[in-house]
Design a protein around this ligand. Structure first.
Ligand code: PLP
Ligand code: CA
Length: 310
């Protein structure tokens, strides 16, 4: 076998790899679109794949949108119609995880968006937290006197633009009260969200780390590269890893998850990764870096169009 080598996917190999697949998992940002703009030619490629009878699923670490919002965005940008059951966001997968891990009636304290709260509601998990935190007193020392909700048995950390010291205090209080009986769950560890022109904003990983540091314990992460997200897909559809392609733009999330789940991995250079980083991993003497090397790369998924009979 030897260490993985990454090759450009084109010509006859592209036809063969696509013919062998019955399911494709697409990361979203950087693969299908960048922000609000579709990657040129991506919608046409997905249209062809759908017409060829491939199952298309969407796996995203972004916990800031509901599954319904993803189906709407796909429609708006001209992608083939998707149902909510084809969308595996870290918000949906977190709700699914808590549904199986929490006893009936238990609630979650949430650092996250309204979308994350909506996914919890959809599976019947009571929650508190989203939105700006009300300060329970003039100084942090007063906050610890405020009553805690007796039903809370989990702290869930997602993308939260209202993250604050007050929320961090409250999360710690629930974790200290419950001890190991209070679950600590993070949607994902992405450290930075790239914006156009090289700018970036802090990702959810920063918020998860803050809570982990306060509580001195490690969160369970539902998003990529954890295989929990792939397990959610496999619980919904009969997927065969040997006939599944994971398409992504990030090595330490998309490609690592695909490689560790035995999928064929395809990196697209339309997002956050440059080919030099792949070469660096390939040439490294470190086994952990080899697991970041994709099987194939393309400049953009639009490059797959000729292999689909065009
Ligand atoms: N988390 C947040 C809050 C985001 O806005 C994004 C991208 O927009 C991501 C994570 C990464 O999403 P993906 O896994 O689709 O690249
Ligand atoms: Ca991405």
């Amino acid at each position: 076998d030897g260490p993985r080598r990454c090759r450009r996917l084109e010509g006859e190999a592209a036809r063969a790899v696509l013919a062998n697949a019955d399911t494709l998992l697409f990361d979203c940002d950087g693969v299908l679109w960048r922000g609000e703009a579709a990657v040129s030619g991506a919608a046409a490629v997905l249209g062809k794949l759908a017409a060829a009878g491939k199952r298309l699923c969407y796996v995203t670490n972004n916990s800031g949108r509901t599954r319904a919002a993803y189906t709407e965005k796909l429609r708006r940008l001209g992608f083939p119609p998707a149902e909510p059951r084809h969308i595996f966001s870290s918000a949906f997968c977190a709700a699914r995880y808590l549904r199986q891990a929490l006893p009936p009636g238990a609630a979650a304290y949430v650092l996250g968006s309204a979308a994350l709260a909506a996914e919890l509601e959809a599976v019947g998990i009571p929650h508190l937290g989203p939105g700006p935190a009300a300060l329970p007193g003039p100084a942090p020392a007063d906050w610890v006197a405020a009553p805690l909700d007796p039903a809370v048995r989990a702290v869930l950390v997602g993308f939260d633009e209202h993250f604050s010291y007050a929320k961090l205090c409250q999360a710690l209080r629930y974790l200290l009260r419950g001890g190991p009986d209070c679950l600590l769950v993070g949607t994902n560890r992405d450290h930075r969200l790239p914006l156009e022109g090289g700018a970036g904003i802090p990702g959810t990983g920063c918020l998860v780390k803050a809570v982990e540091t306060a509580a001195q314990r490690e969160a369970f992460i539902v998003g990529k590269p954890n295989r929990f997200m792939f397990d959610c897909v496999a619980a919904e559809f009969p997927v065969d890893p040997a006939r599944t392609i994971m398409v992504g733009d990030r090595l330490d999330t998309d490609i690592l998850m695909g490689n560790s789940c035995g999928l064929t991995t395809l990196l697209t250079l339309s997002g956050v990764t440059a080919l030099d980083e792949v070469r660096g991993c390939q040439d490294s003497s470190c086994a952990a870096r080899h697991s970041l090397v994709p099987d194939y790369y393309v400049d953009s998924i639009a490059d797959l169009l000729p292999a689909l009979g065009e």
